[in-house]
Design a protein around this ligand. Structure first.
Ligand SMILES: [Zn+2]
Ligand SMILES: [Zn+2]
Length: 239
């Protein structure tokens, strides 16, 4: 028997765009294309190429969904909005992150320094307005329906997107999932660490079969779900 590859086990129309810092995703169905996050280094070329190979132009992109406003997710946001003309959906609390004006404090000032350096060196992360503010429980009419799941902690407006059709959660930066290294984001990147435990429990309660974070090695939602369960056992008692 020939085993299905990891990509084949995933829902059709889910395309990973691998950048230098992490992943973003194109969700494609008959109604059009949705971009989840926009990446930092290398993604515009990848996104353009992937859409072209799928037979789409930029105007096929109906929406840009944002998990949160860290620079590795919004670096190409201004480009993506201008290139596609698509509206930006994000939690209103992420606007300051998007614009590079978030009032970092304490240990997260290191994140501020990293992002400022990135903006300066890479000339990315221009201020960009949220067009459609999203909130927990909103049902978005994309990819067969995506429910907004507010998962604060990493940032205050950090959101996941849950597809009931595919029983799949895009979990943003709730955790990162690499071989031998499944972890919560490091402390310098978490604006409100006291909220992380509840967000982890929230995902456990939703209990999706498939989880797709934004930093991972393989596009395999079953694998990331298994790793998430192991992570919970390890970190929840300490949070
Ligand atoms: Zn982040
Ligand atoms: Zn990230």
């Amino acid at each position: 028997m020939i085993h299905a590859t990891r990509q084949q086990r995933m829902p059709p129309g889910l395309h990973a765009i691998r950048g230098v810092m992490g992943m973003c995703h194109l969700l494609v169905d008959d109604a059009g294309v949705v971009l989840v996050d926009t990446g930092l280094i290398g993604e515009p070329l990848e996104i353009r190429g992937k859409l072209r190979r799928l037979g789409y132009g930029p105007d096929a992109v109906k929406a840009i969904l944002l998990t949160h406003g860290h620079l590795d997710h919004v670096g190409n946001l201004a480009w993506a909005k201008a290139w596609t003309g698509a509206p930006l959906y994000a939690h209103q609390l992420e606007q300051a992150h998007i614009d590079g004006t978030y009032p970092y404090a304490g240990i997260t000032l290191w994140c501020d320094r990293l992002e400022r350096t990135g903006r300066l060196l890479l000339r990315v992360g221009q201020p960009t307005s949220i067009d459609v503010p999203i909130n927990d429980g909103d049902e978005l009419p994309f990819w067969g329906g995506l429910r907004v799941v507010h998962l604060p902690g990493h940032t205050l407006g950090h959101c996941g997107f849950y597809s009931a059709r595919h029983d799949l959660l895009f979990s943003g930066d709730l955790f990162a999932s690499y071989f031998f290294n499944v972890h919560l984001p490091p402390a310098i990147l978490n604006d409100a660490p006291h909220l992380i435990a509840d967000s982890l429990k929230r995902v456990r309660a939703i209990n999706p079969s498939l989880i797709v974070p934004q930093h991972y090695d393989w596009l395999d939602g079953t694998l990331h779900r298994r790793r998430f369960d192991r992570l919970l056992q390890r970190v929840l008692p300490r949070l």
